[in-house]
Design a protein around this ligand. Structure first.
Ligand SMILES: *Cc1c(COP(=O)(O)O)cnc(C)c1O
Length: 436
């Protein structure tokens, strides 16, 4: 059953109230805090939002209903909600240099659905990077709405370089005449050439949709080129490298503003999550600081350092390395799979995820890759020299994959190491007594 509440939970009136009302859930939150403090989080889509972002997320704006848009609502009582949404929009436009922003999509997938609804009719052709090559479900994968409502065409990576072959994308676009082309992905470690994608889209009369869910924070920091001058629509989550709450935004040109807004509401959604909008505004303010610029560049420097340290230990990396926040270890030459590897790493407190590699010969549920990223560890203040230590632990785990004792010992080393890096957003800090 539930343990006694940690002191920090008693000190905060909100967590105190939660502990009194529901000790089981409060206890699980405390345990998750411990877990996020004591492990090295290497899932590239995860991060730590600041205490300020979490405070706005947990605020009473969750109580409000406000269908519509600022100053055009279907409910009374929107004095403060309107100001919150206008601030979020103004900050999004300023940070990314966009003409228009919609901050209401509930998450990244609904944002992509809205982008499609804004520019496509059912059975139109949509093109995107195939899921097993690092694309996203919503870019035309067959089990997703994008592959069900539309005629989906998928591009792949070059078998030698593991990079996008723009000549092949151009050939496919000329042949298939898509109405919309997605660029962006979840497991692509290289830069996106948004200008080249736009020239292909223009040639075939398609709208370019850049999905920067993973790299939005890098774009905001100037650590990855921006799609905004090139793509008519840019979609992004707000909770990955951008370090905001779980949510999403759509940036677009003035010409598409009405169609995008209409697609989000009333076509796909009802009332916006105003507590999320408030937290997005906070995250956008944080992302406009010099500290965040430095953070974004450090995420990339750390990913490059981790990639180099793993390559030096004999690990093959998809495309040979990284330009962004993530890398993929290719274990197709090893006797164990990516799943075996990711599970062993997780037992040692090194939390990543298994993933397909390009042209994977194993099955998607047990593929050959491990996907790792540096956004979360960089948020804790880890630097290049710490990536060397992380690579050494990864190598020690993967070289001793069946040795439970060795892995337990590494978990203890990892926990101790983590104590040296404060965890943003947690109440208990790193000094709460360890779980039994
Ligand atoms: C994460 C992600 C999404 C989806 O976001 P959800 O919030 O999980 O729906 C969409 N596109 C890309 C490229 C992503 O990485």
């Amino acid at each position: 059953m539930a343990e006694p509440p940690p002191d920090a939970f008693i000190a905060c009136p909100r967590t105190r109230a939660l502990w009194d009302a529901d000790p089981e859930i409060a206890d699980l939150i405390a345990k998750e805090e411990r877990y996020e403090c004591d492990t090295i989080r290497l899932i590239p889509s995860e991060n730590y939002a600041s205490m300020a972002v979490l405070a706005a997320t947990g605020s009473i704006f969750a109580n409000k209903y406000s269908e519509g848009y600022a100053s055009k609502r279907y409910y009374e009582g929107q004095i403060y909600v309107d100001q919150v949404e206008k601030l979020a929009i103004a900050r999004a436009c300023a940070l990314f240099g966009a003409a228009h922003a919609n901050v209401q999509p509930y998450s990244g997938s609904p944002a992509n659905m809205a982008a499609c609804f804004a520019v496509l009719k059912p059975n139109d052709t949509v093109m995107g990077l195939a899921l097993p090559f690092g694309g996203h479900l919503t870019h035309g994968w067959n089990v997703n709405f994008s592959g069900i409502l539309y005629r989906a065409v998928q591009y792949e990576l070059d078998p030698q370089t593991h990079r996008i072959d723009m000549d092949k994308v151009r050939d496919a676009a000329r042949r298939e005449r898509p109405k919309a082309i997605f660029c962006g992905g979840t497991a692509y470690p290289r830069l996106w050439d948004f200008a080249a994608f736009r020239s292909i889209a223009d040639e075939v009369g398609a709208v370019l949709i850049a999905d920067i869910a993973h790299i939005a924070g890098l774009v905001a920091a100037g650590a990855h080129p921006s799609p905004v001058p090139h793509a008519q629509i840019v979609t992004t989550t707000t909770h990955k490298t951008l370090r905001g709450p779980r949510g999403a935004m759509i940036l677009c040109t003035e010409e598409l503003a009405k169609a995008v807004d209409r697609a989000v509401f009333p076509t796909l959604q009802g009332g916006p999550h105003n507590h999320t909008t408030a937290a997005i505004a906070v995250a956008l303010k944080e992302a406009a600081t010099p500290e965040f610029r430095a953070y974004g560049h450090h995420v990339v420097a750390n990913a490059k350092a981790l990639a180099a340290a793993l390559a030096a230990r004999g690990y093959r990396l998809v495309s040979g390395g990284t330009d962004n926040h993530l890398l993929l270890i290719d274990l197709s030459d090893r006797p164990y799979t990516g799943k075996d590897g990711a599970q062993a790493l997780s037992r040692a407190g090194l939390v990543g995820n298994y993933n397909t590699v390009p042209f994977d010969t194993r099955k998607p549920f047990n593929p050959s890759g491990i996907r790792l990223g540096t956004p979360a560890v960089t948020s804790r203040g880890m630097k290049e020299e710490h990536m060397e230590a992380i690579a050494a632990w990864i190598d020690a785990v993967l070289s001793n994959i069946g040795d439970a004792e060795r892995i337990a010992a590494i978990k203890e080393e990892v926990r101790e190491f983590c104590g040296g890096f404060p965890t943003p957003g947690v109440l208990i800090g790193n000094d709460w007594s360890p779980l039994p």
